[in-house]
Design a binder for this molecule. Structure first.
Ligand SMILES: [Zn+2]
Length: 332
């Protein structure tokens, strides 16, 4: 009996397995019976603060336990490599980052490639936060620099300019959480493409999510895709992370709450896939299974092109996490 799921899985495994291009392993498995009850109805921005409690208490070995558990679960699920964001801020200090360095070496011994990217939950503009990020770069603790423009609310462009400047200074790839809320008031992907070109970082910058692009008019979407092409901007979709976007009465073009990947592919943009959060207060039920992510992607967008899906799950992941040289964002 022909089973398209088996065909797709086998083709991905033939290419060495999944690349999980976006995750937060340092908080994996931190959901508990008690905290789950409290956070069920919290808004995303409240959860950012809630997580501080865990971060203050956790020591290096606790972080290492989480990261290693995530790596081993991922390996069992057919993942060959991942890029994890790791909190680097004045709450966690370097605890999570130091744990990640140890786990990276242990993972390599087990045949798993771990790439480390900074997570800037407290922004990058506050002098204390900025100092930590620069120190992490000086110590060569990072494979990539992460961004979260909303963490420097009101100063989003300055946030992007700082990480893109550091990316060019230290020759690092830059991954930025943008347009997460499925809301056409957001235009962060456009801003990221513009600032990428301003800093000459074409081909080295990846937008994580870009869901709100789908809430804009076709004309605007086409413009963003063209601009992204010029900027060599690549994308990571994390399908289950935002499929839970809440219902509102705000009217936008009809669409599922997911990165508009099928349109991006039509514009020759490179798209990879990630799990985002795993069993933490953000996504208590997410188990990090990358086939679940692929399944949501193909169902939400009616994207049945098996070769394109295999590329998203493997080759494109290697490109955006820096396991392979990129070619300026051109389709491969
Ligand atoms: Zn994320």
């Amino acid at each position: 009996m022909f089973n398209p799921n088996d065909l797709l899985k086998n083709k991905i495994m033939e290419k060495g397995g999944f690349i999980n291009a976006h995750a937060h392993f340092d908080r994996a498995f931190t959901v508990t019976e008690e905290n789950m009850e409290k956070v069920v109805n919290y808004h995303l921005f409240d959860k950012w603060k809630f997580v501080d409690k865990f971060k203050r208490k956790a020591d290096v070995s606790k972080y290492a336990d989480n990261i290693l558990a995530a790596i081993r679960t991922q390996a069992d699920q057919g993942v060959q490599a991942a890029m994890t964001f790791i909190d680097v801020d004045t709450v966690s200090g370097f605890k999570a980052l130091e744990a990640a360095q140890v786990c990276k070496k242990l993972a390599a011994d087990e045949g798993f490639t771990l790439k480390i990217c900074s997570q800037a939950l407290k922004g990058v503009l506050n002098p204390e936060e900025n100092k930590l990020l620069r120190k992490a770069l000086e110590m060569n603790y990072l494979d990539a620099i992460g961004g979260l423009p909303r963490a420097d609310h009101g100063y989003e462009q300055a946030h992007l300019d700082e990480i893109l400047f550091l990316g060019s200074e230290y020759n690092k790839r830059v991954h930025v959480h943008v347009d997460q809320l499925n809301d056409n008031n957001e235009k962060e992907t456009e801003l990221l493409a513009r600032r990428t070109m301003r800093w000459g970082m074409e081909g080295k910058v990846t937008a994580v999510h870009s869901i709100s692009v789908a809430a804009h008019s076709k004309e605007y979407r086409e413009e963003v895709y063209r601009m992204s092409r010029d900027a060599g901007l690549s994308f990571i979709t994390c399908p289950t992370a935002w499929i839970d976007s809440r219902r509102t009465e705000w009217l936008t073009p009809t669409h599922n709450s997911i990165t508009p990947v099928e349109e991006m592919l039509e514009h020759d943009l490179v798209v990879a896939i990630g799990s985002d959060n795993i069993q933490d207060v953000y996504k208590p039920f997410s188990d990090g299974n990358m086939y679940t992510e692929i399944k949501f992607l193909l169902e939400a967008l009616h994207l049945y092109d098996i070769d394109a899906l295999v590329k998203i799950a493997t080759k494109n992941g290697r490109l955006v996490i820096g396991m392979e040289e990129d070619n300026g964002g051109a389709k491969i």
